[in-house]
Design a protein around this ligand. Structure first.
Ligand SMILES: [Zn+2]
Length: 112
């Protein structure tokens, strides 16, 4: 005959799932992990169980697409050298069919 082997209306004997001792069912409490335990085996859930990691955002606040490279070609083609006129235009600079010099500019270009 155990300590809890007596009649109590509406109650029954139950076993603590941790220590295995017999108790009245009304003395057992449900623990955070869902098992029924006696008073001395009941414990709250540890606060560290609720710790969550902080998201580590490593990207920069904003970004931009890289601008296309622009190079200074330094072709050295002057307006005179670009003219498609034999004797004025320079080989490598001439634009075929270009002839937009005024008579005054043409005189300047042929001075050299
Ligand atoms: Zn117990």
């Amino acid at each position: 005959m155990g300590r809890y082997d007596y009649y109590k209306p509406g109650d029954w004997n139950a076993i603590c799932e941790v220590c295995g001792q017999k108790y009245k069912a009304s003395k057992l409490k449900k623990r955070w992990d869902g098992i029924l335990v006696c008073d001395k085996d009941w414990e709250p859930r540890h606060p560290q169980d609720f710790v969550r990691g902080v998201k580590d955002v490593q990207s920069t606040p904003f970004t931009r697409a890289e601008v296309a490279d622009s190079f200074v070609t330094g072709s050295g083609c002057s307006p005179c050298g670009q003219q498609g006129i034999v004797g004025i235009g320079i080989v490598g600079c001439m634009i075929v069919g270009l002839d937009n010099l005024s008579a005054q500019d043409r005189a300047v270009c042929t001075e050299v």
